[in-house]
Design a protein. Structure first.
Length: 336
């Protein structure tokens, strides 16, 4: 869920004992309806640095397994309570600036909004941005948790072979060092502004040989909590269903990121039905109206997603706006 020269979610409060307000009652989903998206936009994928989708794959380049529509559906568990968790890829400036009103609207819907992912520059950036500091403090006062965006670059693995900023390396160890430096930079610059945790984007989905890849993400979670407190929220975004070895590598896992058509065909991994709903977060874009949005949210409940975000926005960056006011108010159950 990358992208943020214009700025980057998302996930609700995932600390133990968090209570989620139920979203408004909505219609049952019509599994046969189509979003009308183009074929290249229907795959569930995390965005590459230029905003185009790039399928999450195993280290050998093999795409992670996703059940086809004709396979037996996985067991489901219903999430009775949800939070709207927002990838806030919009600048938190003054009300008259681009993005400012979105942050204000997000904060005003605090009863059902859980968390916003802040992303000044595909990470914390080089210096403190006081516009972010101000909005983070406002969000904290309203009960909306803000976590900081950090790239993990699939740890440099194929097929993406993303490289680290300074070294230009695909070595997983070098990536881990950069990731930890970015975590430190977030807390150094924004810890005093009530930073609530870290959002690890471009996450792996396959366990790896000897559980290697899952262990690396477990190491990152341990680093955040061990350095900055056990209450820190850790979210990882593979953007697709992960193997069960990842279950305890983050407080919340984004197990779907894609368009409406792909979401209606999506089949969760079996283990997702057996965990508390706040472990699962779904992000769905290119949902054109509030009626279809309500169907998608209902479907996300059936899939045990305790965190959900649905938007009308489309690629290349579906996270750089909030939906129109009426759509947003329907999503959050807020009366204007």
């Amino acid at each position: 869920m990358r992208r943020s020269t214009r700025i980057l979610a998302c996930a609700a409060v995932v600390a133990a004992g968090a209570t989620f307000a139920a979203l408004p009652a909505i219609a049952s989903p019509d599994e046969t309806s189509s979003a009308g998206a183009s074929p290249e936009e229907t795959a569930s994928a995390s965005a590459s640095p230029d905003g185009t989708p790039s399928a999450t794959a195993s280290p050998d380049g093999t795409p992670s397994a996703t059940a086809s529509p004709d396979e037996t559906p996985s067991p489901t568990a219903t999430a009775s309570d949800q939070k709207v968790s927002v990838p806030a890829y919009f600048y938190p400036g003054t009300p008259g600036s681009s993005g400012g009103p979105y942050w204000d609207r997000l904060i005003a819907s605090r009863d059902t909004v859980g968390l916003a992912v802040a992303n000044p520059d595909n990470g914390p950036g080089q210096a403190v941005n006081t516009d972010y500091t101000a909005k983070m403090r406002q969000a904290e006062a309203a009960g909306v948790d803000v976590i900081g965006y950090v790239r993990t670059g699939y740890l440099g693995t194929a097929p993406n072979n993303f490289t680290t900023r300074e070294e230009g390396s695909t070595d997983p160890g070098v990536w881990l060092n950069q990731i930890k430096r970015d975590v430190d930079a977030w807390y150094t610059m924004y810890g005093a502004a009530n930073l609530d945790g870290i959002f690890f984007d471009e996450g792996m989905a396959q366990c790896g040989p000897g559980n290697k890849w899952a262990d690396h993400y477990a190491e990152l979670k341990k680093y955040v909590e061990g350095t900055y407190g056990a209450e820190a929220i850790v979210v990882a975004n593979p953007g697709t269903g992960t193997q069960e070895c990842f279950k305890d590598t983050a407080d919340t896992l984004v197990t779907f990121e894609g368009d409406e058509d792909a979401y209606r065909r999506h089949q969760p991994e079996a283990w997702e039905a057996k965990v508390p709903s706040d472990k699962i977060w779904h992000l769905v874009y290119d949902v054109p109206d509030a009626a279809r949005m309500s169907e998608v949210v209902a479907l996300s409940r059936e899939r045990n997603a305790g965190h959900v975000y649905v938007t009308h926005d489309i690629l290349d960056n579906p996270w750089d706006t909030l939906p129109p006011a009426a759509y947003w108010n329907s999503l959050t159950g807020r009366t204007p």
